[in-house]
Design a protein around this ligand. Structure first.
Ligand SMILES: Cc1cc2nc3c(=O)[nH]c(=O)nc-3n(C[C@H](O)[C@H](O)[C@H](O)COP(=O)(O)OP(=O)(O)OC[C@H]3O[C@@H](n4cnc5c(N)ncnc54)[C@H](O)[C@@H]3O)c2cc1C
Length: 609
């Protein structure tokens, strides 16, 4: 047998990779997929193959240095999707980056390390239906801990005392390092203080399931080297040398599942996966799965692969010449995002951001980073998750509640009722975050200016979109339509939230750091002008979910609570596409916990084979 990392350009080993059989094939070596593969391969009697379209990036400084996050956008490790023109957002197509590498989007993200609210997990249980109780916060906490290798915060150069709740954290030998950057920009401290002056509570720890308030967040980062932790560095690099039952195949883009001629009862049986070897003239190749195929290609490409394989809505598949294997209209439906808008403020010259970093300041930052210190160790840091009562007036809260009840043909009534209950149970509706660089509408800010960007991102959008293929060509991106601003609640919240960010910048301690507003600028004052700003600038917080939802089949669900795709006997989905309702958090930690739980369920189901 051959094992370990193998690229399809490896002419010597590829034929053996193809000849070998595998109990489990994991499609997508991203955030969730590598956690699944690592845990499955702990059983020495099971053989595991990962098929990943991208390649290893362990030596890429654009990935490993925390403050470099964003520098790899639009490069060859970014799928660089764009949405369909958004009708309610002035027909704009919005850029959606996704990681194309081992590690997937864990190698492209901004490292924020937080967990969902307990109420969010209760909503997931309620939507997923019978047999879903093990998705509750209480049960999932063991998987959150199992996936985490946590280091508590210490003081830093601003003298800020950061606090946490140690009992909710894990110290796994193989798991994601989560730690706090030693550096803290003074303007971030100003943002934190500003929110406190507006009576926002402090959240002790954004990982304790009770998240509401402002906090200094942890990052997915090694506590000593201060390099980014991806699912590759956390789950595969430390174990791969001894795992003779694991192959991680890169430059391999899956194009469809293949099906066995015999069914298992009324369910179809996957026999393997076709893929193109992107490092080998795009030749189409095939690998066989003895037990299961696990789809971990993410919220955009998992539904794409299901549809290419004949699993989906016949009215979408058949006109493209794809025969229906399983009639499952929920595939690609129920898309939810965390859409956001950004207010950009110029900093006074005394304050350092990541803008225009060159010359001596850059050399200093690089030198400090080599010692695990300084500006480059810091990514997102101050995050605030707020319910309406923390930033809306009483009248606005009443208006928001009334708007949340507005029917939406694309939003099932059961989901809408659950979302309203979830907000009432205290799940924050908006995340506010400060970004240490220009993050506005142009490619970059002005030369010789420094900025702090203040983003407001809605966590529970009442709009529903979809992701569907529009061609049978597997190498063409699917059509992504998040239907931004489809529901009036979303517009109301985003407009008020952006106005709140201006207030923090102008009326609190943060104002001491600021020389003026760059975007939207003083021309935007009235409610109508703010709403137009939202239409003109709405973008993604990069958190799409829901396109293979864990819900009953009759309610357009795609997977059951054990993550098996309805109508199949041996295809599961393990990534963020399974979430039926969105959660109020940065979701990478939940993706890891889903991976841990998926692996535990799969191994439990195959104890005897
Ligand atoms: C720019 C950005 C910033 C973000 N910031 C944060 C943050 O700060 N904190 C946080 O918690 N979350 C953040 N997120 C979100 C988080 O990173 C993602 O939600 C999460 O990583 C998704 O995990 P996943 O396993 O579902 O998908 P992914 O990690 O995207 O994995 C999918 C994998 O499948 C591969 N793949 C796709 N199609 C195929 C195919 N056909 N064949 C083979 N391989 C395929 C992809 O290349 C990829 O490796 C951010 C995301 C982005 C993009």
């Amino acid at each position: 047998r051959v094992w370990g990392y193998i690229d399809t350009s490896n002419h010597l080993l590829l034929p053996t990779v193809l000849k070998q059989s595998y109990d489990f094939i994991v499609v997508g070596g991203g955030n969730t997929g590598l956690a699944v593969a690592s845990r499955l391969s702990e059983d020495k009697h099971k053989t595991v193959l990962v098929i990943e379209a991208g390649t290893s990036q362990v030596t890429n400084a654009g990935v490993s240095i925390p403050a470099e996050a964003g520098s790899t956008f639009l490069s060859d490790i970014d799928w660089a999707f764009y949405t369909a023109p958004q009708k309610k957002a002035n027909n704009r197509s919005v850029y959606w980056p996704r990681g194309k590498m081992l590690g997937g989007s864990s190698g492209l993200n901004f490292l924020a390390w937080t967990r969902p609210n307990e109420a969010d997990m209760t909503s997931i249980v309620n939507m997923a239906g019978t047999g879903a109780s093990s998705w509750s916060w209480k049960h999932m906490l063991s998987y959150f801990k199992k996936s985490e290798s946590y280091t508590s915060p210490t003081a830093n150069n601003q003298g800020v005392k950061r606090v946490d709740v140690p009992s909710v954290h894990g110290h796994a030998k193989v798991g994601v390092s989560a730690s706090y950057p030693p550096y803290l920009s003074s303007q971030f401290v100003g943002f934190f203080k500003g929110l406190r002056e507006l009576r926002v509570e402090v959240d002790q720890d954004l990982s304790d399931g009770q998240g509401e308030g402002v906090s200094y967040s942890a990052s997915s980062m090694d506590p000593i080297t201060r390099s980014r932790e991806t699912s590759d560095t956390a789950y595969i690099v430390p174990i791969v040398a001894g795992r003779t039952n694991l192959v991680v195949l890169t430059s391999a883009q899956a194009t469809k599942l293949t099906w066995a001629s015999k069914k298992s009862g009324s369910n179809v049986v996957a026999s393997g996966v076709n893929f193109v070897a992107t490092a080998k003239n795009h030749t189409t190749l095939h690998v066989t799965a003895k037990a299961e195929v696990i789809l971990s290609a993410g919220s955009i490409q998992t539904p794409q692969l299901l549809e290419l394989s004949g699993v989906g809505d016949p009215s979408i598949l058949n006109p493209l010449g794809i025969s229906t294997v399983v009639n499952l209209p929920g595939v690609g439906a129920n898309l939810q995002d965390h859409p956001g808008v950004v207010v950009v403020e110029k900093l006074k010259p005394a304050y350092q951001s990541l803008d225009n970093l060159s010359g001596v300041p850059l050399a200093t930052a690089v030198g400090e980073y080599a010692l695990g210190q300084g500006l480059l160790t810091q990514e997102l840091s101050v995050l605030a998750y707020l319910t309406g009562s923390s930033f809306l007036t009483k009248a606005e809260q009443a208006e928001a509640l009334a708007l949340s009840k507005t029917p939406n043909a694309a939003l099932p009534k059961k989901q809408q009722a659950q979302m309203i209950a979830n907000l009432a149970a205290g799940s924050p509706v908006v995340e506010f975050l400060s970004i240490n660089v220009y993050f506005g509408e142009s490619a970059s800010g002005a030369t010789n200016e420094s900025y702090i960007s203040l983003a407001s991102c809605i966590q529970h959008s009442f709009s529903r979109g979809s992701i569907h293929i529009s061609t049978a060509d597997p190498l063409t991106a699917p059509t992504i339509d998040p239907s931004y601003l489809q529901h009036p609640f979303d517009m109301f919240i985003l407009s008020k939230a952006a106005q709140f960010m201006r207030k923090v910048a102008q009326k609190t301690s943060l104002s001491k750091f600021i020389s003026g507003e760059a975007e939207p600028g003083t021309g935007v004052q009235s409610e109508c002008e703010w709403e137009e700003y939202v239409r003109e600038s709405i973008r993604t917080e990069y958190h799409p979910i829901g396109t293979a939802s864990m819900m009953p089949r009759a309610e357009k669900g795609v997977v059951d609570p054990r993550l098996t795709v309805y109508g199949t006997s041996n295809v599961r989905v393990a990534d963020l596409s399974i979430l039926p309702l969105h959660v109020s958090t940065h979701p990478q930690s939940l993706a890891y916990a889903i991976g841990e739980k998926a692996a535990a369920m799969i191994l439990a189901d195959h104890q005897d084979c």
